[in-house]
Ligand binder design. Sequence first.
Ligand code: F6P
Length: 408
Amino acid sequence: MSKHQASGTPRIGILTAGGDCPGLNAVIRGVVKSANLHGYEVVGFLKGYEGLVDPVSYLALNHKNTSGILSQGGTILGSTNKGRFAATVGVNDRCEIDPELIAGVKTTALQLNIHGLICVGGDGSLAVAQQFHENGIPVVGVPKTIDNDLSSTAFTFGFFSAVFCATDALDRLHTTAESHERVMVLEVMGRHAGWIALYAGIAGGGDVILIPEIPWTFDNVCEAIVQREQRGRKFTLVVVAEGAELPEKGLVTQDKHTPDRAETRKQVRLGGIGNYIGREIERRVGKETRTVVLGHLQRGGNPTTFDRVLATQYGAHAVRLIVERKFGQMVTYQPPDMSDVPIIEAIKLATVSPICSAVQAARALGVSFGDDYRGRPFQYTPPGEKSAADADDHCGARPAKAVKSSKR
Ligand code: F6P
């Protein structure tokens, strides 16, 4: 930690806020290398936004102390998803940051000669950056979260590393499930979005995928298991997102009570649905069932190659935004290009569209989402005739290009 000191050289500040994920260090390294090349020094504020004020705590970042961190998980700056800087309550309900804190950040920026502050975070953390921007603090955003639930960017970094971890778990569960002819339930993270469950479910050959965006029933899940049995497949892999809702009961949380519908928008600590589902499957189907809750393993460890490339690009392009004085913007990945959008647009929640191409592909392979869908997702409709998809709201037969959802 350095002393609070001014410098004649223009500086860029960077902080990592919210829950950590693989790739944060790759962003930091990308920022430092690129910033130095453009004539800036870099300071890294410690423990998210907390390091910005009272007591100001930061690390002067340079080639030496960022060398070798590209492949390391976690963040050398530390992070927190609690603390004094909160711009939202629940899921994206705005609250105002204490004006004294804002004034403190301005003073720090002035004293440290910060020409641009790079805030690396998910929706909650970027909502703080948005209020900084509204108050004249020169910020740019970088989208981070394993949940991949930010609009305007195809992928957040950290997502594919989490998917890799969940897929590896499924590969391992596959062999033991087959040996013992069991049902295996894997609960993965993702908050109120089913991206991790969907992608890992596809990559790991899941048979049933349960996500918050597609309502499901135990009858349908058990039917899928029984049908597999009848086809001679004596084991089943079920992947469930922590934010999937139990039929009629809603979210499962680690809080003492089950939240009612009105409470579901609050920032509850999710987790536990896997065990519930495992017990219920065993009771209904009479097959031995085991549950694994993957938890924070998905947030730890080294970033995948894709996340290293993505995070490095985010870092370099965040510096570009500062060089171009495009403050209040967030870097986005819109394949194959890096671009940027106003932070205010980016912090909207992006969930899985039930008719997106990934869901269609999974259905085409016979994966069950626990809903009533029984059809074939791809059908030929002669020109001029109304397709089955147009006649059905959620059957999944619509081509991906017709999907109006926020991403993919
Ligand atoms: O947002 C990332 C995430 O890992 C979610 O998938 C999960 O619900 C939550 O954070 C866990 O938060 P914490 O680390 O506070 O338990």
